[in-house]
Design a protein around this ligand. Structure first.
Ligand code: ABU
Length: 377
């Protein structure tokens, strides 16, 4: 019987990975967690429906191409099931007129060692997304006797989990970025309440024995508490950054190799202990390069900082989006072999090269890259 699942960090040699799919992705219906609003591109607030088919085809072409590039480097690539995300869903507490999609497996699946943990997620439209990965997880479970298949408690996602739903979004939209930072980020209070543990897997940065979890608009303090208790052999640290609407760590702060991390040049760290922890353990933190785009493309809810959303093949080799020339140059200057990958069409489906993948197997074991710790952090 084979060992299939093993990954402790973001940089050891990648052997097996899941790459998502753009098929059937929806501009999701409004819900308390989020209201999509693309008035210039046919989906003003309240409107929902399938992403345009030409965009789906372009994204799938780039994802298939990336899968082929990974395979040409000896990586086994698994793909989730295509599902009908236009289907309305219902729980005992609520109904939802549409779902979302399955492009970004990194949001849903957190691989830590021989465990894959299905995240709670915090949007109703993403409640059933884990089902698209179940055939793969069942296969890993059958074939790998060491695979720990875990699922975080499914959240209720009643109105009690949100500070006001659409009213929150109305208030948020009325503020400029600095006002939103002062009102929400500096008070650690976005739309999620602390009613129940909520987290997205993409808010977790894996640095061996140390996990850094972004207290973001999709991960609450209870979610971080749950992760801390769930991983007793790890040290779980809270990460926060100065941005108005934080979503996911992987366009904000990412490791590149032991001793080197890339930090979003605009989103300043707010946890002083986090910066100190890196310093006292001789890690260098480098501000990322300027992104190629000034604005996200049409129907894209992600930021231009997908420029730093890269995937490491190993400690020396990194996949970077093809048009992000400045980011490529910076990584080349830092000693990496850079492999450009066309991925611009995937952004509107929920992210970049890191978002579109979930680790299944990387070489190596859990190691301690932060032997000096700060008590209480
Ligand atoms: N899923 C990563 C998106 C992060 C960002 O938009 O900055």
């Amino acid at each position: 019987m084979a060992k299939i699942v093993n990954s402790w960090n973001e940089w050891s040699r990648l052997r097996r990975v899941i790459v998502g799919r753009a098929d059937g992705t929806m501009i999701q219906a409004p819900e308390p967690a989020i209201v999509r609003d693309f008035p210039d591109d046919g989906f003003p607030a309240g409107a929902y429906g399938p992403m345009p088919q030409d965009m789906v085809d372009a994204a799938n072409e780039q994802m298939d191409n990336f899968a082929a590039i990974l395979e040409s480097h000896g990586v086994v690539v698994d793909r989730p099931e295509a599902m009908d995300w236009s289907k309305a869903i219902e729980t005992p507490d609520w109904t939802m007129d549409s779902q979302f999609g399955v492009m970004p497996p990194r949001d849903v699946l957190l691989t830590v060692g021989s465990e894959i943990l299905e995240a709670t997620m915090s949007q109703r439209a993403r409640w059933f997304e884990y089902l698209a990965y179940r055939p793969l997880l069942q296969e890993y479970f059958r074939e790998d006797p060491d695979f720990r298949w875990e699922s975080a408690p499914k959240p209720r996602l009643t109105d009690a989990s949100y500070h006001g739903g659409p009213e929150f979004w109305h208030e948020f939209e009325s503020l400029d970025e600095e006002e939103a930072i002062e009102r929400f980020t500096m008070n650690r209070r976005w739309n999620l309440t602390e009613e129940e543990p909520l987290f997205d897997a993409a808010d977790v940065g894996r640095f061996g024995k140390d996990l850094f979890v972004y207290h973001s608009s999709v991960t609450n303090a209870a979610g971080i508490d749950w992760l801390t208790r769930h991983f007793p052999d790890h040290r779980v640290h809270v990460a926060r950054f100065r941005e108005s609407h934080p979503v996911h760590l992987d366009a904000t702060f990412v490791p590149l190799r032991p001793g080197l991390a890339l930090s979003n040049r605009k989103r300043v760290p707010l946890e002083e202990d986090m910066v100190t922890l890196f310093e006292i353990n001789d890690w260098e933190i480098v501000p990322c390069a300027e992104p190629a785009l000034e604005e996200p493309p049409p129907l894209c809810y992600c930021s231009v900082w997908l420029s730093m959303n890269t995937l490491l093949l190993d400690e020396k080799t990194i996949f970077v989006e093809e048009q992000e020339k400045a980011q490529q140059q910076q990584l080349y200057d830092l000693g990496f072999e850079v492999i450009p990958v066309p991925f611009w069409a995937v952004g509107p489906f929920g992210g970049g090269l890191h978002c579109a993948t979930a680790d299944v197997y990387r070489d190596g074991d859990m190691e301690d890259y932060f032997p000096k710790q700060i008590p209480g952090y």
